[in-house]
Write a protein that binds this ligand. Structure first.
Ligand SMILES: Cc1cc2nc3c(=O)[nH]c(=O)nc-3n(C[C@H](O)[C@H](O)[C@H](O)COP(=O)(O)OP(=O)(O)OC[C@H]3O[C@@H](n4cnc5c(N)ncnc54)[C@H](O)[C@@H]3O)c2cc1C
Length: 382
């Protein structure tokens, strides 16, 4: 491993790979990405692959909108099919108090060019005729939203970055961040030290521990989320949208001739337990069958657990950490990071190289907002 680089990126998830690629595209090719495991095997591997534009904050809508344009053209730009299926995101609402909030969010989304719309129960029955609507008074739908292959997308960024000269070292955990007189000077690994004037932490759910290596408090904690996939199942059509019961967080979408589904256990505290909890699986299946009874006939192929990387306002930390000069962070996407990868890559590269990104104001997600008490709460968290 070379012992110097112009920039070190810690973590080769979707963020580390997209940032490294964007830096290289802008001419900073002497970039070293250090990954403790393998490319794309962190939170990114555990994601449901959803890509949506239905957010409540302008920054998230803009990040998602720019990213979806990249996902749409990924095969042409990166030479890789990521299986993008733009079959829409359908939010089902059961709490009338949500209507004004969702309508306000729709206005914001529409103003930024997102073709999302309010849907009545009758319209929902046409979009997804298989859901029980007794308690649903309305919802929102965006036909451009969908899902794709997270691992393929991450590998696509990694390969494109490598082709531009970026080095990505797997099985290389960063064990320390070195500083001198208030400036970052590099990182420590079991394979030796690397000196670099710029270090970017993109360590997903492990970011708090990595920040602590430089004495920086980055408020990101892991929360377990479980997903399940059914065996091939023909009782429901593969054309259905991603369907979300907003109140419970239950979601399902077609995947590999079956369906992928999950539900957040919002009462579970932060944990590092990555096993599947059988009782939560039973609760999830019960909620799924209650909402879409056809699933009663489905067999479960497998389930897995991963970690949301949650911050106090469900939005990421993007920019300089406020610790040693030259230490930046892009992490804490609170369960909606995969979809924003392309735009985060560009914005972070421009912030690091030019001082600020063009087009999207990411200042609301500056790491210092927690100390300033100026949170940027995202409402549409699944
Ligand atoms: C069940 C589930 C469903 C989800 N569904 C969606 C979805 O539908 N849509 C969506 O957009 N998002 C979804 N997400 C969230 C999404 O997975 C994350 O927001 C996103 O993948 C974060 O990417 P990342 O690169 O920041 O983190 P990661 O993918 O975790 O990458 C960080 C990398 O850093 C490495 N690392 C950590 N510490 C060190 C160290 N000391 N040294 C070197 N390397 C280190 C890790 O090994 C890891 O590979 C979901 C998450 C889960 C768990």
């Amino acid at each position: 491993m070379k012992s110097t680089a112009e920039a070190v990126v810690i973590g080769a998830g979707i963020m580390g790979c997209a940032i490294a690629h964007a830096l290289a595209e802008r001419g900073l090719t002497d970039v070293l990405v250090l990954e403790r495991d393998q490319i794309g095997r962190g939170a990114t591997a555990d994601a449901a692959g959803g890509v949506r534009q239905q957010f409540s904050t302008e920054t998230n809508i803009r990040l998602a909108r720019e990213s979806i344009r990249v996902w749409e053209t990924f095969p042409q730009r990166f030479g890789r099919d990521i299986g993008l299926r733009q079959q829409g995101y359908l939010f089902l609402l059961t709490d009338p108090a949500e209507e004004p909030v969702f309508r306000q969010n729709l206005a914001l989304q529409n103003g930024l060019g997102v073709p999302s719309r309010w849907v009545t129960p009758e319209e929902i029955a046409q979009i997804n005729p298989h859901v029980v609507l007794d308690d649903v008074y309305g919802g929102t739908f965006c036909p451009e939203d969908g899902w794709c292959d997270t691992f393929g997308a991450t590998i696509g960024f990694a390969q494109a970055a490598r082709a531009l000269g970026v080095r990505i070292e797997e099985d290389t955990p960063v064990t320390g961040i070195t500083t001198d007189r208030g400036r970052v000077t590099g990182v420590r690994t079991e394979q030796g030290e690397v000196s670099a004037p710029l270090v970017v932490i993109a360590a997903g759910p492990q970011t708090r521990q990595v920040g602590a290596m430089a004495g920086v408090d980055l408020p990101i904690d892991p929360y377990r989320r479980m997903s399940f996939i059914t065996e091939p199942f023909a009782a429901l059509p593969q054309s259905l949208p991603m369907t979300i019961d907003f109140a419970t967080g239950l979601y399902f979408h077609p995947e590999s001739r079956g369906f992928l589904f999950g539900m957040a256990d919002r009462d579970e505290p932060s944990t590092t337990d990555k096993t599947v909890d059988e009782s939560w699986m039973a609760a999830t299946v019960e909620a799924l069958v209650a909402r879409a009874p056809a699933f009663e006939e489905a067999g479960i192929l497998r389930g897995w657990a991963g970690f949301y990387e949650v911050t106090p306002d469900d939005n990421p930390l993007l920019g300089w950490t406020g610790g040693p000069e030259g230490l930046a962070v892009a992490a804490g996407f609170s369960g909606h990071g995969f979809m924003q990868g392309p735009a985060i890559g560009r914005c972070m590269a421009e912030l690091l190289l030019d001082g600020a990104p063009s087009g999207i104001d990411i200042a609301p997600f500056r790491p210092s907002r927690f100390a300033e008490g100026d949170l940027a709460q995202e409402h549409n968290v699944i």
